[in-house]
Design a protein around this ligand. Sequence first.
Ligand code: PLP
Length: 390
Amino acid sequence: MYKQTVSPVMHTYGRFPITLVEGKGSYVWDDQGTKYLDFSSGIATCNLGHVPDVVEHAVQEQLSKLWHCSNLYHIPSQEKLAQALTENSCGDQVFFCNSGAEANEAAIKIAKKYGHDILQQDNPLIITFNNSFHGRTMATLSATGQKKIQDGFTPLTPGFAYLPFNEDESLDALVKQKPAAVLVELVQGEGGVIPADPVWVSKLSAICKEHDILLMIDEIQTGMGRTGKLFAYQHYGIEPDVISVAKGLGSGLPIGAIIAKEHVARVFTPGTHGSTFGGNPIVTTAGLATVNHLTQTDILDEANQIADYLWNELQHLAEDKKDVKSVRGKGLLIGLEVDGKAIDYVNKAREEHHLLIVVAGPHIVRLLPPLTANQEEAEKFIAIMNKIFS
Ligand SMILES: *Cc1c(COP(=O)(O)O)cnc(C)c1O
């Protein structure tokens, strides 16, 4: 039988033609020994750089003790990570799962349960926003406000309605629709690196409080220091009821979570939600080392200094180069609006300058440096950006 003419891996990704085999800090190496400056961070996941010592050592130690025991038993690293996440956020209790989509699934389920149990609604509705991205499972792609993510996958999961992002008209519509919850990103990541307007967010938050609507923030991309604070909501002076996290939480090991306020967390009673792997000893050890590093060292201050330098230089780039129309985002989640196809610049950066960056939509180049990038790496990156744009 001739079977090996195509890859045995399903073709769900358009992959770049390189094979990465090793990484440390801001650099990765391919199977040919070529070294790349990685300002994609595994899509906002390796926030402490590749194979960070603090996480590596903690995980190495745990690897020789216990890998998995299921959630039928207490798991010390899970308790400690939950403690670290609640001490450093407005949330009170944490549910652990394995990915971003699963974190949003948990958020969607807890909102529906809250709608039924507390708000006495028969069909709790969740409002999301146009151009958002919340994941690829059936419920999370249904929550996602982008047709291209949903195409081919109807019938969608019911119970979602979509409103325009950053628009005041959405706030009036929200009150009329009486939803159980709102799920929103504070910088739309996959949707093109679009920050939420602070005035709009405070109005949204006030309306949610006034009308007993849960405010759920998808911090899967913006969390874990990516925007300059541990969570992006902390820039906005709001207190969400539910926060979903994943990407940067395990420094590259697969973990997701929701952090909820007590009055919401309470509706997840025994047997209402669960996950076999969720919060297992290995990934929560990685998560704990990651969160401790972000909250107990100067890393965020240092990342903010690098971010200031990069923003300044990138503004100059936008002024000097006709290919670059604008710079947007927050902290080290940065989008460049470009003339022409974003993917062409991404390919040029990789092929000609061994720099890894990604796209966020057809005309947005997305820059996701590790929070640990140093001045020398930042300068090297800016020099390359000056070469790829004209
Ligand atoms: C990546 C992402 C998700 C989905 O996370 P997965 O781990 O890929 O399931 C959801 N929401 C946002 C904002 C994301 O950036």
